[in-house]
Ligand binder design. Structure first.
Ligand code: GDP
Ligand code: MG
Length: 309
């Protein structure tokens, strides 16, 4: 299945939900009126784009209508697609050039961190890169075992300690092994739940200091994993993590089977965080580098019958 088809497939529910509601609003009006703008804003909010982003989109549409760029409600759909494409564009590429480079994966329990790491490992390996994983979620034994399963599936090395071990020590050992084994990419899992927020904050800071000290010149990404099915909750989580870590981007999981894909817009527009990957299933190849243009297109058009461009 091509990337375009898979995007389209993963966004089916969001397209039917949010985009369907937008189409209903546009179809109900003969002309563009204030009522249309109000209904549109409501449709967007129901699609989980958040109040601020809904207002921003409608304001931009208003501007374009005033400039006579939009003539009728039917035409407005294309313009909205265009506004959305501009809104989510930029920053989506991973900035990993140095050898090695480091990816720290953070986020609350159950959002899909470990799964995403497995998929990332497989993706980079396919690109010919040597990958090593660090099992720094030492909070539960099951978390370590789960990462081992993914390392196996992806065919990459893993460094692990026992349950309850110091996560920063795991990261230290993973970096050492990564350097001595000439790895290109070091990816570390982290715990999503600790006894309290300060605990989590301290742990992430400690891990970060280890990376800083051992690989001061290495490119690094701090990827926050968010579960799209939680809608606006995902946005709140991102806000919390922004306070404790220098996030470089988002991996948004579980876009398959959710109608809440509009949350991508909120993350980029409200938080200014680029979405770098989207998860569209539980299999190893169900991760896509985020492509804003393809995403916007898939959101507003039924691409399930369109071949990859
Ligand atoms: P973690 O606690 O953050 O490490 O989360 P896990 O990686 O253990 O994932 C939690 C659950 O979400 C598992 O059942 C995964 O199979 C599932 N999952 C992760 N990513 C996706 C995705 O993109 N789509 C779907 N449908 N399920 C996913
Ligand atoms: Mg995990």
């Amino acid at each position: 299945m091509g990337i375009f088809k898979k995007f389209g497939f993963g966004l089916k529910k969001t397209r039917e939900g949010m985009t369907g509601r937008i189409e209903d609003v546009l179809g109900a009006y003969e002309e563009i009126t204030d009522d249309l703008f109000d209904d549109l804003e409501e449709a967007l909010i129901m699609g989980d784009v958040g109040v601020k982003t809904a207002t921003d989109i409608v304001e931009e549409l208003r501007k374009r209508v005033n400039k006579n760029e939009v003539r009728n409600p039917k035409h407005a759909k294309m313009i909205i697609a265009d506004i959305v494409a501009d809104m989510i564009d930029g920053g989506e590429d991973m900035g990993l050039i140095t050898i090695p480079s480091v990816i720290l994966v953070i986020g609350v329990n159950g959002v899909g961190k470990t799964t995403t790491i497995g998929k990332l490992a497989a993706m980079y390996k396919k690109e010919g890169k040597k990958v090593i994983l660090g099992a720094a979620d030492t909070f539960r034994a099951a978390a370590i075992e789960q990462l081992e399963v993914w390392a196996d599936r992806a065919g990459v090395d893993i460094v692990k300690h026992k349950e309850g071990a110091d996560p920063a020590a795991v990261v230290y050992d993973t970096i050492s092994a990564g350097i001595s084994r000439d790895c290109d990419i070091i990816i570390c899992d982290t715990a999503g739940r600790l006894h309290n927020k300060k605990n989590l904050m301290d742990e992430l800071a400690k891990i970060y200091r280890v990376v800083e000290k051992e690989l001061p010149y290495a490119d690094r990404e701090i990827l926050l994993v968010l579960d799209a099915t939680t809608g606006q909750n995902a946005v709140s989580q991102a806000k919390e993590f922004m306070n404790v870590a220098e996030l470089t981007g988002i991996a948004l999981t579980k876009l398959d089977g959710t109608a809440r894909g509009g949350v991508v817009l909120a993350i980029k527009n409200e938080l200014k965080l680029p979405v770098k990957f989207i998860g569209v299933g539980e299999q190893i190849d169900d991760l896509q580098p985020f492509n804003p243009k393809v995403f916007a297109k898939a959101l507003f058009e039924d691409t399930s019958t369109v071949e990859e461009e």
